[in-house]
Design a protein around this ligand. Structure first.
Ligand code: SF4
Length: 256
């Protein structure tokens, strides 16, 4: 449990304890109860939450500074600018695509243009969340020329940035968008049909595979299947299902 959740549950417990004792001959003085009410502890929990958000954002900004000047692979020669990622630095859900396209390369933002709009619709209309509630990024931070697939060396050099992003954000769930992102993250050549429909373990974070929004624009009939994937993601976010992974030391990790 993180410190914030622990504090919140402590404050809630204390609040209900005080509410219970208010009318009785309790050992808690009225003066204390009055002070506690004025103190408004939840306000401080909120402040702490915001300051944590700022710290996480700062940590992400530091990686972004490295990415902006990165020349580890040949893609730095053809990029207009890098595309690091955007959204809530403390998001519970991270969408990961394969690489920036032409519009992303121009704007420096992930998932803009028509495919980005469809992803926004999935988040807003389907999941009833705001785009700024989630975090969106790609495996590669620079655009491969002519939107070709990333090659293994590019992934080798760039994926550590993604891992560091995820380490800082600590999402509850990752949704891989499209075959290339899924195969790249899961180090497999299995088809997207085989990768969909089950939970994968990505460095200890549950990962679900769905179609890339650009594919869905070309194949609208598959939107129904994508919606099934997204509903599973939502179930895990809401704690309606549990996902268990066996770690290398034999202990099971539980996510709900
Ligand atoms: S794609 Fe990644 S590794 Fe390659 S230059 Fe861009 S940031 Fe660096």
């Amino acid at each position: 449990m993180d410190i914030l959740k622990e504090m919140l549950s402590f404050v809630e417990e204390l609040n209900s304890f005080l509410a219970e004792k208010k009318g009785s001959k309790a050992t808690v003085s009225q003066e204390f109860v009055d002070k506690w009410e004025q103190f408004k502890p939840l306000k401080y929990v909120k402040l702490l939450e915001n300051s944590q958000k700022i710290d996480v954002q700062k940590a992400l900004d530091l990686i972004n500074e490295e990415v902006k000047v990165c020349t580890k692979c040949g893609l730095h020669k053809t990029r207009t600018q890098t595309v690091f990622g955007s959204g809530n630095p403390k998001a519970q859900l991270v969408f990961v695509g394969e690489a920036p396209g032409a519009e992303e390369d121009k704007q420096g933002l992930p998932f803009v243009g028509r495919a980005g709009q469809l992803l926004t619709d999935i988040i807003v209309k389907g999941m009833k969340m705001r785009r700024e509630d989630v975090y969106i990024c790609n495996v590669l931070k620079c655009r491969p020329p002519n939107n070709r697939e990333p090659n293994p060396m590019e992934v080798y050099y760039c994926e550590p940035y993604l891992l560091r992003q995820l380490e800082i954000i600590k999402p509850k769930v990752i949704c891989a968008l499209g075959r290339v992102a899924a195969q790249t993250l899961l180090k497999t050549t299995e088809s997207i049909e085989k990768l969909r429909g089950k939970w994968h373990n990505y460095h200890g974070i549950p990962l679900r595979v769905t179609y890339h929004p650009a594919y869905l624009l070309r194949n609208p009939a598959d939107k129904k299947k994508a919606w099934i994937d997204i509903q599973e993601v939502m179930k895990l976010l809401k704690g309606e299902i549990e996902v268990k992974f066996e770690s290398s030391n034999g202990q099971s990790q539980l996510f709900s």
